[in-house]
Design a protein around this ligand. Structure first.
Ligand code: MN
Length: 325
């Protein structure tokens, strides 16, 4: 399919590049480093070869979220966003930007979000999971009440927020001890992001901000297949769920979430996601440079779904959500 739009596509700057180093064997570091630092050269060639008209770019992980000092986090976010804006300006027909945000300070994050959307023309934000604020051992999640004014600003700006994975902190990763292969994209990323998403849904945030739209990657981080059980387990016990939100969790998933195909190129999983959340809320993505563009595009172009759905997932849903063109 020609004209695809992809939106979980990362780059790095020198300040953040080493954040991506630990996830891969040293033997491929030169390759990955080159992929992350390139925007206008090899990336564009790959897009041309595989029918991707546009990438919405975002900073690598965890980057800003792992900086303990809020002022430094703000500084780095601004630097990365200014860099990205410059790159987008060179080829606005092929690239658009998603903002990195210093979530260590909800007010700072709201300000940077406004700057990025109103002054730099960014189409939304991408944040790498929880933030650490001063204390390296405590993860701060965004369902907490101090973030609600930030969410109001995002809702008001009418742009989506991509909740991207990062690994759990050591204190929350004991279940993976002795099984390091489960960290990162194979399991821990999805687990971490799914729970963060459920926290947002159960907190009542979407009763307060009903128009807020969150995007999660990797075919929904395992949530589509779990939705029914989250709401219906132990159905004979009443009342079972004790959370502040007014509705069923699935109601928020269906109304306030989008999912992307990033790094999860499997038709069985796509069809499950279609049955749960519908083709209007699924978006094509690759997760370059951590996954290959050809792996994503070759799979998606041939996946056994209707051509109408392919066009929606591959292009028109993103055009509508990000108000492109
Ligand atoms: Mn990613």
């Amino acid at each position: 399919m020609q004209g695809k739009i992809a939106l979980e596509e990362h780059f790095a700057i020198e300040d953040t590049i080493n954040d991506s180093k630990g996830f891969f064997p040293d033997t491929i570091w030169t390759e990955l480093r080159g992929r992350l630092l390139d925007i206008q050269d090899r990336r564009l060639r790959l897009m041309d070869q595989h029918g991707i008209e546009m990438m919405l770019l975002s900073l690598n992980a965890p980057a800003v979220q792992a900086i303990l000092d809020p002022a430094h986090a703000n500084e780095l976010a601004r630097k990365a966003n200014d860099f990205l804006a410059e790159e987008v300006r060179k080829r606005p027909d092929r690239f658009q930007g998603l903002a990195a945000l210093p979530m260590q300070g909800p007010e700072m994050a709201a300000k940077e979000m406004q700057r990025c959307v109103k002054e730099l023309g960014f189409k939304g934000a991408l944040v790498n999971g929880f933030s650490q604020i001063s204390d390296p051992d405590t993860p701060v999640y965004y369902d907490l009440k101090q973030y609600w004014p930030f969410w109001k600003v995002v809702e008001e700006l009418d742009v989506p927020f991509y909740l991207h994975p990062r690994n759990p902190l050591a204190r929350d990763a004991r279940i993976y001890e002795g099984h390091g292969w489960l960290l990162g994209p194979s399991w821990a990323f999805g687990q971490e992001t799914a729970v963060h998403s459920l926290r947002l849904m159960g907190s009542g945030l979407f009763d307060e901000c009903p128009r807020l739209q969150i995007i999660i990657g990797h075919m929904g981080e395992g949530l589509p297949i779990s939705m029914w059980r989250v709401d219906n387990t132990n159905a004979w016990v009443k009342p079972r769920h004790n959370y502040p939100a007014k509705k069923k969790i699935a109601d928020y998933f269906h109304a306030n979430f989008y999912i992307t195909t990033s790094g999860n190129f499997r038709t069985q999983s796509l069809i499950d996601a279609i049955l749960e959340i519908g083709t209007d809320r699924i978006l094509f993505s690759t997760d370059w440079p951590f996954e290959n563009v050809d792996h994503a595009a070759d799979w998606f172009d041939a996946a056994t779904i209707s051509e109408n759905d392919r066009i929606k997932i591959g292009r028109t849903n993103a055009m509508r959500l990000f108000k492109l063109g």
